[in-house]
Write a protein that binds this ligand. Structure first.
Ligand SMILES: Cc1ncc(C[n+]2csc(CCOP(=O)(O)OP(=O)(O)O)c2C)c(N)n1
Ligand SMILES: [Mg+2]
Length: 706
């Protein structure tokens, strides 16, 4: 599909006089730029019938100033500075249809600098999205509005991803661009769009941006175009306080095409976007802008970044910009021009619908299923049943990471939208099955991504892939390095996307690598994230069940914590039902139990051995496996009480720290686990050293009984 035709009515001329094109950032240049604005404000004769670029951009500026003023908080500077860039992008390049924010082949636009949320709200209102009305703009930052402080994709139609934590949006966009290429490789011309990003200095200073741009450059994602708001300002003041990176060189070295433009020159912006669309590499366009453009004393200064401009400053800005309209009022001709821009892609959308209708029905159905995010439930159920039958036929003692690989061999065939990966630990995480091809610049159809040692960008890109739709990303790294991915995992939970993190080497059970590699607090800290499912299966059967549950959790991310060390298969008989579905279940019962032992993962076997020991001492003990605390906590009170049981002594065993377990065993329950960091030694010795053994559990139970 060719480029979206441009509307012809936009006047992009006449801007050169306002700002010198090659404006190096310095106070002098700022002063002279502002002087130029003062002498030659963007005033248009009132009679002018045609809305010009400048007036359309000023509509964004005015809405941003007014909304922030009304809310008494927010960030006017960035929307005012990037108004010209955004206007050119949305009126002439971006392929989008406000009437159908979910059109699968729309271009994706990510406002990575989420603090500038008024920029996207203004754009959504002006171009005609139903979600953002003028009333919603007046309610900027208020409870229940469609215009929260930072853009939230789950609140406002037209927002592609939640942004605010700097760097995340950029890395999400890399994932969106990966998903686009991957689906295009499979479905051909019905997937043919670009991903545009507006990123700020802060986005590019964050470490995750380095991981993300390196990955994008390596994968030659040439449909990814980043518009960098090169305003030389961050919260603390001039960027010279903190940064001397040449971003153009930095991106070039990562395999991007990159160059600088004057971000207030509409013709230069359009020329750059034209050039970017023809690039064979991802593109960075560094747009030199003035933050708070138009504000008489605050333009070019950090003071325009994050607080209302104030009545006098707004009055001055209105004068300078030649914007005489009252707050929240957009003159009819400007609004009409914007609405017309919002209709630009209607033809492309209709063409696309025709193209979709013309493809083979089976392929179309498959594409639509994937984009809806519906699983091939029957195929998945058959795959899971097949794996379970094979484990029941010949019980296997396996590391759960190895069991996961066996499960994946069946599951990835049944669920073709899954795209696996690992942050350079493929052989350790067991996430690449024998049949999976690598996804690369030469073959976007591959289903396994070698993310490199980039856990944070991996997790953030996965969020973008899931948001793009049509794919279900899963990853691999060590559980201890969930810390490196945590900001993106938290966002996956907030936005409610199905991404699955396989995190192996899940305790001191990894042994000799020692305490730097042994997670201790990680299960507890991941369980503390709302809406995240943390699975810790105890054996091969639970592992395949947990995979099924993670895939079925359409609106939630999951972590699968898996062992490095071999664990015995404890579920030896075939269960058709998914016993992990309630999050916890009795795995070994006892008549008139005096003790209930709760455990997860590799410690379930220890709990079972402890119950046996207690039995031999005449104490009836039952064992409850807890593969997923979150799913358990979701059960009705009566179900939970029945599973927790009424034994007087409750003990939990997990090779991690205690927090979280009190909700099952109570504050007077006994916890056998870790209170310190681990150590380097063979794992069997470590379990003894740290007192996580069947004997220790039995001892603790007896002590508590007396
Ligand atoms: C990860 C993260 N750290 C800190 C912040 C708080 N914060 C918001 S904007 C910003 C920097 C502002 O500078 P820049 O990114 O250049 O945006 P501009 O002021 O130019 O709009 C910071 C530190 C954040 N949003 N995310
Ligand atoms: Mg900045």
């Amino acid at each position: 599909m060719g480029r979206v035709p441009r509307s012809g009515h936009i006047d992009s001329g006449g801007l050169h006089a306002i700002q010198p094109r090659k404006q190096a950032f310095s106070m002098n240049a700022q002063v002279s730029a502002m002087a130029a604005v003062a002498h030659n404000p963007r005033r248009e004769p009132a009679s002018m019938a045609v809305a010009t670029h400048a007036r359309m951009a000023n509509a964004i500026r005015a809405l941003a100033m007014d909304a922030v003023e009304q809310a008494k908080s927010g960030h006017p500077g960035m929307p005012m500075g990037m108004a010209d860039v955004a206007t050119v992008l949305f009126t002439r390049f971006l392929k989008f249809d406000p009437a159908d924010p979910a059109w699968p082949d729309r271009d994706r636009f990510v406002l990575s600098a989420g603090h500038g949320s008024m920029l996207i709200y203004a754009l959504l209102y002006l171009t005609g999205y139903e979600s953002v009305t003028l009333e919603e703009i007046r309610r900027f930052r208020q409870l229940g509005s469609k215009t929260p402080g930072h853009p939230e994709n789950f609140i406002t139609a037209g927002i592609e991803t939640t942004t605010g934590p700097l760097g995340q949006g950029l890395a999400n966009a890399v994932g969106m661009a990966i998903a686009e290429r991957h689906l295009a490789a499979e479905f051909g011309g019905i997937v043919d769009h670009r991903t545009y990003v507006i990123a700020s200095d802060g986005d590019l200073m964050e470490g995750v941006s380095q991981e993300a741009i390196a990955l994008a450059g390596h994968l030659k994602l040439n449909r990814l175009i980043v518009l960098f708001d090169d305003n030389g300002i961050s919260i603390d003041g001039a960027l010279s306080l903190t940064d001397s990176v040449d971003q153009v060189k930095r991106f070039e070295s990562a395999g991007w095409n990159a160059w600088r433009i004057d971000g207030h020159d509409a013709a230069a912006i359009a020329a750059a976007l034209d050039k970017a669309q023809a690039s064979d590499k991802p593109v960075l366009i560094a747009c030199k802008t003035t933050i708070g453009f138009g504000a008489p004393t605050k333009a070019g200064k950090a003071s325009s970044h994050g607080s209302p401009l104030g009545a006098d400053e707004i009055k001055g800005a209105r004068e300078r910009l030649g914007w005489s309209h009252p707050p929240f009022e957009i003159p009819a001709d400007i609004l009409a021009a914007w609405r017309k821009a919002g209709e630009r892609s209607k033809g492309a959308h209709a063409d696309w619908r025709r193209k979709l209708a013309a493809i083979d029905a089976g392929k179309r159905g498959e594409f639509e299923r994937r984009m809806r995010g519906d699983l091939p439930e029957n195929a998945l159920a058959e795959a899971v049943a097949k794996v379970k039958r094979s484990f029941a036929a010949a019980a296997k003692d396996l590391a759960t990471r190895a069991a996961s690989e066996l499960a994946l061999e069946a599951i990835i065939t049944a669920v073709p939208e899954m795209i696996g990966g690992s942050a350079d630990l493929t052989g350790s995480n067991n996430t690449r099955t024998k049949t999976m091809k690598a996804l690369s610049a030469a073959d976007y159809a591959g289903r396994f991504i070698h993310y490199g040692v980039r856990e944070h960008a991996m997790a953030a890109a996965m969020n973008g892939m899931a948001l793009h739709g049509g794919v279900i990303p899963y990853s691999g790294t060590f559980l201890v390095f969930s810390d490196y991915a945590r900001p993106a995992i938290r966002l996956a939970a907030l936005i409610g996307e199905r991404v699955i993190h396989v995190m192996t080497h899940d305790s001191i059970g990894l042994g000799e690598d020692g305490p730097t590699h042994q997670p201790v607090e990680h299960l507890a800290s991941l369980r503390a994230i709302p809406n995240l499912l943390v699975f810790r299966p105890c054996d091969p059967v639970e592992t395949v069940e947990c995979w099924q549950l993670a895939l079925q959790a359409k609106d939630r991310p999951s972590v699968l914590a898996l062992t490095r060390q071999t664990v015995p298969q404890v579920r030896k008989t075939l269960d058709e039902a998914n016993r992990c579905a309630m999050g916890a279940y009795e795995i070994a019962g006892a008549e008139k139990a005096q003790v209930s032992i709760f455990a997860s993962g590799s410690e379930v076997a220890i709990a079972l051995a402890a119950a046996k020991l207690l039995g031999s001492r005449g104490v009836a003990a039952r064992v409850v496996s807890v593969p997923c605390m979150e799913l358990f906590m979701q059960q009705p009170q009566a179900t939970r009480s029945a599973i927790i049981g009424s034994a007087r002594v409750k003990i939990a065993v997990e090779a991690g720290v205690r927090p979280g377990w009190d909700s099952i065993i109570g504050s007077d329950g006994v916890f056998v686990g870790m209170t310190t960091f681990g150590a380097s030694a063979p794992y069997t010795e470590l379990y003894k050293h740290f007192g996580i053994t069947a004997e220790a559990v039995a001892e603790a139970a007896l002590l508590k009984m007396n």
